[in-house]
Design a protein around this ligand. Sequence first.
Ligand code: ADP
Length: 291
Amino acid sequence: MAMEHPGAAGREGAVSGEQQVEQWADAGIAEVVEEPYYLPVGDEVEIFEAAYARRLPVMLKGPTGVGKTRFLRYMAYRLGRPLVTVACHDDLTASDLLGRYLIRGNETVWIDGPLTHAVRIGAICYLDEIVEARKDTTVVIHPLTDDRRRLRLEKTGELIVAPPEFLLVISYNPGYQSLMKNLKPSTRQRFVAIDFNFPPPEVETEIVVHESGVDRATAEALVKLAGLIRNLSDSGLEEPASTRLLVYAGHLIRSGVSPRRACDLAIAAPITDDPTVQAAVRDLVATVFPA
Ligand code: ADP
């Protein structure tokens, strides 16, 4: 089970100090990943291992639902390191990552945030969709990404030097970028970027079979459908059907939902609200799954 750091999602003031202490303390445990299923697409495993050996921060770059998170879980398992995952959002501040003082009874105690915790224990720290976070978070991660590999806690005056096992990994979806939310060159040029994209059809078919349990012919049809959707030119789609959605459709089919309905629910509806585009996608579904 992926464990996100609840503290990162919590907002200052949204819960009582006592609850927050509990949340943050519980969340202090990084996840030890059990072997996840991951089917490599290219040389990403070797590249990641090389980067890890050289302590180079890594950026997993690509659209949503194409295996970035699964890959990182697999790498954490392979490298035998605990994983701390932070799902970044637009309220996430540097303090959410670093930690904060909280009042516990009569005492004021410092509670490490997920990034600080990861640095202390030499974990792999995954900042998912870093571009979503507040700008002050980049100031915090920069010193961790260069040779100094250190984290300064201004509030406590502590300077933590990351142990060799620590690695910072971010994910970044170029498709979501806007002028308001862009990863600055000064940040992105601190990472080795591993590109993720839709897997080739044979690999994607294998993934859909494994993940959803559908038969090969059905998985092939779903992958074919995805190819057609991905080739729709000028569709206005922000992002076409991801591997994740094919897996979802596969699950519904496995549960007895008809393939057409499953594709409607798991593919056509999630990828667009535009009725015209939905109709176009349904036409493609009908060609791949004739009644
Ligand atoms: P991302 O982090 O890129 O948004 P995920 O890693 O959550 O995407 O992948 C979504 C789902 O797609 C996974 O839960 C898994 O079922 C499947 N998946 C995608 N690529 C792979 C792969 N190479 N090997 C195994 N499963 C994959």
